[in-house]
Ligand binder design. Structure first.
Ligand code: PLP
Length: 399
């Protein structure tokens, strides 16, 4: 019998990765599975980014780098944050890690003590509460509603803050809902945060470049200097430049001691992010804007089409995503919970979707449109057939 720590025993493995694995297994057995479970772009990494990494590797850039990432890459992150968010950082305030997930893990490790509270808007990206749990902190969820765009209202934030609050996590554009906070909505939250200077804000902006209908992405860090001075901004290359497997993300710390501490303990865990991956990341940050925009346009077209199709089906009430690449669908009218429904769809029509339960809502499922238009069309047909079979209702069947 293994001797696992209490901490490790308390962790729930990622359900999203689990479903993806099950769908892949069924596919390998020859089943015609359509998977809408992906949390990553279905595009290849742009060729010039691949070339930058290949060139780096061939020219011998294959050794350890500085723990916080190369100075060139950290300077490029600073230039990006100044260009896109108007935020000024120095390279010693940036720590590059092995994915934004790793950056978030490091931040939670650096900030949280046993018994601290982490405020997490719900529905949420499922790793936040797991990470809080790993460090003995308590997750305090703020429930948001589909009718109010899955946004945290200022009064709800005010109510959730206690003297024990250490971190408020904000994720815009959001996984799983696709909600994107407007400047005004963020300003309303800033007004609350100004009254509570003991709270550190962690702003996860990994879907930054994926915003639709002419929206602009705002970072809460750029709206107020005082709140900005206690906001740690997290971003990365995974979603914007189709680089999920490269494992590159970064955090920008207004507080230099925090950056130093994180770089310090990162030197004892991964040492540094992979050297030649960083060269690809540098190319992406410096020259990737056009590719990111082109991918966003494809996602937006799919979003529009997929949302309209799913809206027409009986019993399903999707939220129209404002960003990211997920359709979050209210399934309450099916009378089934999200786990049962997801299982039924996988078994009966070979359609892999992600249950909302681990994201904090059992009345939703998440369907990713980071897959081909052909797959989305097939998925709609299969769902329509399944709903008609399971809910034979003449009025809804005709809709
Ligand atoms: C909201 C959110 N944050 C962070 C991440 C982590 O991204 P990565 O570690 O690939 O940079 C993801 C990935 O699914 C995500 O959805």
């Amino acid at each position: 019998m293994s001797n696992l720590s209490k901490r490790v025993q308390s962790i729930t493995p990622s359900v999203t990765l689990g479903i993806e694995a099950k769908a892949k297994e069924l596919k390998a057995q020859g089943k015609d599975i359509i998977s809408l479970s992906a949390g990553e772009p279905d595009f290849d990494t742009p060729a010039f980014i691949q070339q930058a990494a290949i060139k780096a590797m061939q020219s011998g850039f294959t050794r350890y780098t500085a723990a916080a990432g190369t100075v060139e890459l950290r300077k490029a992150v600073c230039a990006k944050l100044e260009r896109d968010q108007g935020l000024k950082f120095a390279p010693d305030q940036i720590v590059v890690s092995c994915g934004a997930k790793h950056s978030l893990f490091n931040i939670f490790f650096a900030l949280l003590n046993e018994g601290d509270e982490v405020i997490i808007p719900s529905p949420f990206w499922l790793s936040y509460p797991e990470m809080a749990q790993m460090f003995g902190a308590k997750s305090v969820f703020i429930e948001t509603a589909q009718a109010s765009g899955f946004k945290v209202l200022p009064a709800a934030l005010e109510k959730a803050i206690t003297p024990k609050t250490k971190i408020f996590v904000i994720n815009s554009p959001s996984n799983p809902t696709g909600a994107v906070y407007s400047k005004e909505e963020l300003q309303a939250l800033v007004a609350v945060l100004k009254k509570h200077p003991h709270v550190t804000v962690v702003s996860d902006e990994i879907y930054e470049t994926l915003v639709y209908d002419g929206r602009k992405h705002y970072s809460i860090a750029q709206l107020d200097p005082e709140v900005g001075a206690r906001t740690i901004l997290v971003n990365g290359m995974s979603k914007s430049y189709a680089m999920t497997g490269w494992r590159l993300g970064y955090a920008a710390f207004p507080m230099k001691d925090a950056a130093k501490a994180v770089a310090g303990f990162q030197s004892h865990s991964t040492s540094n992010p992979t050297s030649f991956a960083q060269s690809g990341g540098l190319a992406a940050l410096e020259q990737g804007a056009a590719d990111a925009k082109a991918m966003c346009e494809v996602f937006e077209k799919r979003r529009t089409w997929f949302y309209e199709q799913i809206s027409r089906l009986p019993k399903l009430k999707p939220f129209r995503p404002e960003g990211a690449f997920y359709l979050f669908v209210d399934i309450a009218e099916t009378g089934m919970g999200s786990l049962k429904l997801s299982e039924a769809l996988l078994e009966e029509i070979a359609l892999a979707v992600v249950p909302g339960l681990p994201f904090g809502s059992d009345r939703h499922i998440r369907m990713s449109f980071a897959t081909s238009e052909k797959n989305l069309e097939k998925a709609v047909l299969r769902l329509a057939g399944w709903l008609n079979k399971h809910n034979p209702h003449p009025a809804s069947a005709q809709r």
